[in-house]
Design a protein around this ligand. Structure first.
Ligand SMILES: [Zn+2]
Length: 169
């Protein structure tokens, strides 16, 4: 078991050595993830399956802050991503993969950017319109459906002042 997580790795060599990693990527390293509140806790396993396909198994967790799209207040949420990837050299090769593996493209040196892959997974797993758990949200479901735009108090109507000025003149 290795404790220093790789940023970029040759997955073929790692799978031949059956490498496993457990550790943390510092939150500052996930530059494309908005408002992270924890480091990324991550375990990685590299191996060959029974079909002799190279596999990268990722299991990662991060806590981050999102803005509720109902009440516009921030809230803390934990994201858990779990996925199995198989490194490929081309789109054609990606199409030959069994469904239970996601293809991940290797660069010209046969390497995979694990941190970039992880950031993609975290970003993809986030809801498009994040909302609070309804019991924590300050705007209730009923308000969303039946709510009305509050009418302005007539006393603050700026035209009333203009009218009174005009009348004085
Ligand atoms: Zn809310």
């Amino acid at each position: 078991m290795q404790n220093k997580l790789p940023l970029i790795i040759d997955p073929i060599k790692a799978a031949q050595k059956k490498l496993d990693y457990v550790g943390y990527y510092p939150m500052q390293s996930a530059t494309r993830v908005d408002s992270p509140k924890s480091d990324i806790e991550c375990s990685l396993s590299f191996y060959y399956d029974e079909q002799r396909l190279c596999v990268i198994a990722i299991d990662a967790k991060i806590t981050l802050e999102q803005i509720c799209q109902r009440c516009f207040k921030p809230f803390i949420t934990e994201v858990h991503v779990m996925n199995k990837f198989s490194p490929v050299k081309s789109d054609a090769q990606a199409e030959t993969l069994p469904e239970h593996y996601e293809p991940v493209l290797m660069n010209e040196f046969g390497e995979v950017d694990i941190l970039a892959l992880l950031e993609d997974e975290i970003i993809l797993s986030l809801p498009i319109a994040p909302v609070h758990d309804s019991k924590h949200c300050e705007v209730s479901e009923a308000d969303m459906v039946f709510g009305e735009i509050p009418t302005e108090n007539e006393k603050t109507n700026p035209f009333a002042i203009l009218v009174s000025l005009k009348n004085k003149g």
